[in-house]
Design a protein around this ligand. Structure first.
Ligand code: AMP
Ligand code: GLY
Length: 423
């Protein structure tokens, strides 16, 4: 098979790395990919946001399977455009991707499906939203309705902070038009985990649960980011949890989507919080997580390609999805000033000529080669250092030994990935 992977980050590098191991695959094309993944894919310079350009690329390359990494092209209808032209696509339709593309829609579907989630209200006017908070006189989580690349959620401590958050999102439009509408949500607390499933519209197959550390600094401090590190599986997990979450949250939502004429077919990512009242849905994403995928691909034993093809065709493989023993961890090295505008062009040391290392698996997220052929920083999350081992301690010590040697000016990383209790 020839596989086309859409996207440019560490998630897509990890997908290409895993797809490369499949005996079914002879060629991988990434669009646009990045310089660090040229060892596993041929990169074609078409942006993941350029829907018309990607359709043209597919017409030219004639892939047997297309895997779409990021949410933006899915929400813009890339999977629909490609399917209309007869391509096999692992990724939901735009109508189904609204589960991520609109937080108000997503919450409405959860509520209609009676899936447990925080109580919420939707507002189209900043004035009404602020009046609601003043009346209640306590904090609410503020969520911009539209896609905001992980920057559209504010978790305030007080009513005043909530009002300031509404102002930022709805009036100052810090995340643009995504903030024209907001969801105000009751604040929940408890450990979070990322629960992903493969679904062909009927069958639902759970992936191993993973944990993403979203705050920039150790101990769950600092601003929210796209994710600073992950572990998979989460400790003390059992298949009973999978069944419970699927019955309680996933199946009802899939049924509701089907009833609305938008059946969901693809990878579905549920962000869960394990509260004292039981598991609750925080959000849905219409795709693989980043950096969850990096650890999932290390931990997955089965060939990924029949599963991607199965989601695309509407018929998942009959055999079980197999996972390795032990654990996988990923530590993100981020650029100076991330999650603000990252500093680009800082020279990275400690990698082999092809961008890899011997001791850990390196996925490139925001790098490029400069004129002299050196890898330099080129995005917020720069590199993902990953390892699989029998125990968490072993995996962590391998990754952190490597993190001490992979250096660039201004590099930021957390030193407490995988420690229990941290956000
Ligand atoms: P989301 O994009 O909806 O997952 O929100 C991003 C982050 O905000 C989550 O990972 C949580 O840490 C936090 N968050 C979202 N919703 C809530 C909530 N209802 N209560 C407390 N924290 C939340
Ligand atoms: N790591 C969080 C996400 O992919 O949305």
């Amino acid at each position: 098979m020839k596989v086309l992977v859409i996207g440019a980050g560490g998630r897509e590098h990890a997908l290409c790395w895993k797809i490369r191991q499949s005996p079914l695959v002879r060629e991988i094309v990434a669009a646009p990919g990045n310089d660090g993944m040229r060892g596993v894919a041929r990169c074609e310079a078409v942006s993941a946001e350029d829907i018309a350009g990607l359709v043209q690329l597919a017409e030219r390359e004639r892939p047997d399977l297309v895997m779409v990494g990021p949410e933006a092209p899915l929400c813009a209808g890339l999977a629909d455009r490609l399917r209309e032209r007869g391509f096999l696509v692992a990724g939901p339709s735009a109508a189904a991707a609204r589960l991520e593309g609109s937080k108000a829609f997503s919450k409405e579907v959860m509520a209609a499906a009676r899936a447990p989630t925080a109580a919420f209200n939707v507002f189209d006017s900043a004035e009404d939203a602020m009046a609601f908070v003043r009346r209640a006189n306590r904090p609410f989580v503020v969520k911009a309705d539209g896609l905001a690349a992980g920057k559209g959620v504010i978790v305030p401590a007080t009513a005043e902070e909530t009002i300031a958050g509404i102002r930022q999102v709805m009036i100052d439009r810090v995340v643009g038009d995504a903030g024209a509408r907001v969801v105000l949500e009751e604040k929940l607390s408890g450990p979070e985990l990322s629960f992903l499933v493969f679904t062909d519209g009927e069958r639902v197959v759970p992936l191993a649960p993973s944990r993403d550390h979203k705050r920039l600094r150790d101990g769950g401090q600092g601003p929210n980011t796209g994710g600073m590190g992950t572990v998979c599986p989460t400790p003390n997990h059992s298949s009973g949890h999978d069944r419970e979450w699927i019955d309680l949250m996933i199946r009802p939502v899939l049924r509701e989507m089907k009833a609305r004429g938008a059946p969901y077919q693809g990878v579905l990512y549920a962000g869960l919080m394990l509260t004292r009242q039981g598991p609750m849905l925080l959000e849905f994403n219409c795709r693989f997580g980043d950096p969850e995928t990096q650890v999932l691909m290390l931990q997955l034993e089965s060939d990924l390609v029949p599963w991607l093809a199965g989601m695309a065709r509407g018929e998942l493989p009959a055999e079980p999805l197999k996972w390795r023993e032990g654990v996988s961890v990923c530590v993100v090295l981020a650029a100076e000033n991330y999650p603000g505008t990252p500093v680009r062009g800082a020279v990275i040391e400690g990698l082999r000529e092809d961008g890899s290392r011997e001791d850990v698996v390196v996925f490139h997220a925001g790098t490029r080669r400069d004129e002299q052929g050196r890898f330099v920083t080129h995005g917020g999350r720069v590199l993902n250092l990953c390892a699989h081992a029998e125990t968490m301690d072993e995996a962590l010590s391998r990754v952190y030994r490597a993190a001490a040697e992979v250096r660039f000016p201004g590099a930021q990383f957390r030193t407490d990935i995988g420690r229990p209790g941290d956000e």
